[in-house]
Write a protein of this length. Structure first.
Length: 346
């Protein structure tokens, strides 16, 4: 399946665009590689500025030499995934393009519940899907979650901080390394007053917790998730409900930690019990606390950064794995913030 350079056909000018041919022996896998209506090929063409034509069991790649080579390597990597019985989706293409070849390093050792197939990939097993980091920062973050009893994930929205933390929590729960999963976030309104909400306490707080339910639904079948929540083996609760508890043999996630006050953050961090893991995620640019109230996330970062065995992991707009426009939007706001700071300091 080595790529080969094709020569121009008879009658075609030698100055015409060159092409690289890549042959794939299994036509059924080639169909999966191309995707429905060649959607995968279109995605690669758009993002790598090449043109890809299918000729029997070969793909012809046209474009700049460097782009041709990169596209050929990407297609071979994706085809190898299919040969291993794995998927090729838009997310898989995005991950391979972001991380191309950087996944070959050694991952966690035996017992970490991370499966490391060929190439040293990091994979998180859940009941419904296999989760793979899509950027180098995400990979470092996942490894940190397994290596540290307390870890922070700090960065903009859409970088997978909470999603990956919940995935690791589910994986460790299924492996029997923890007995419970506890997911929490401050019940702070995002810049608007919603007034009194109807219903009992669960009805009132569930809207704030919905992103955590969404993540769990991605990893566990609905009936199993409902049973685990009923049995209190999975808890989703506002930060205020953590006071007075000692959380032993639990995987604990505090989401949107930038909206915790300094006192709330100290209270939460001191809940850590024997055999537990704790993950704090937040975005320093989206603080919804009242004006003048300092963020507990900023204080924790400042006070705890020198303590060993606490992992701090940072994300940027380059790690956004939502719609490409999300990264562009974040970069625009960051640029405006930098201009404002520059004006104030001048």
């Amino acid at each position: 399946m080595e790529p080969t350079s094709a020569t121009p056909a008879d009658g075609q000018s030698s100055s015409g665009p060159s092409e690289v041919l890549v042959e794939f022996p299994d036509n059924r896998l080639l169909i999966d590689l191309c995707g429905e209506f060649d959607r995968n090929l279109s995605d690669i063409e758009h993002r790598m500025s090449v043109q890809i034509l299918r000729r029997g069991n070969q793909l012809a790649i046209m474009g700049e030499t460097d782009s041709q080579t990169a596209a050929a390597e990407l297609l071979q990597t994706l085809y190898a995934r299919l040969e291993q019985g794995r998927s090729v989706t838009a997310e898989d293409i995005d991950r391979e393009m972001r991380m191309g070849g950087t996944d070959a390093e050694t991952g966690p050792q035996d017992g970490d519940q991370l499966e490391m197939p060929v190439g040293g990939r990091v994979e998180i097993k859940t009941r419904k899907k296999l989760v793979e980091p899509r950027t180098d920062a995400q990979k470092a973050y996942v490894l940190s979650l397994f290596e540290n009893e307390l870890a922070f994930g700090i960065g903009p929205a859409g970088t997978g901080k909470t999603y990956l933390a919940v995935a690791v929590g589910v994986s460790m729960f299924l492996a029997g390394e923890v007995d419970r999963i506890i997911l929490s976030r401050p019940a702070v309104e995002a810049g608007e007053k919603l007034g009194y909400l109807p219903g009992d306490m669960k009805d009132k707080v569930d809207p704030y917790m919905q992103p955590l339910y969404d993540a769990l639904n991605d990893f566990l079948p609905g009936k199993q998730l409902a049973k685990l929540i009923e049995e209190k083996r999975i808890e989703i609760a506002p930060l205020a409900f953590m006071r007075g508890r000692t959380l032993s043999r639990a995987f604990v996630v505090l989401d949107e930690a930038q909206n915790a006050t300094s006192m709330q953050m100290k209270m939460f961090l001191t809940r850590l019990g024997e055999g537990s893991r704790m993950v704090i995620t937040g975005d320093r640019t989206q603080v919804d606390l009242p004006r003048g109230v300092p963020s507990g996330l900023a204080d924790a970062e400042r006070l705890l950064k020198t303590i060993k065995k606490i992992g701090f992991n940072y994300f940027t707009s380059k790690d956004v794995v939502r719609h490409p426009l999300v990264a562009a939007i974040i970069e625009a706001y960051e640029a405006e913030s930098e201009r404002t700071l520059a004006k104030k300091s001048s």
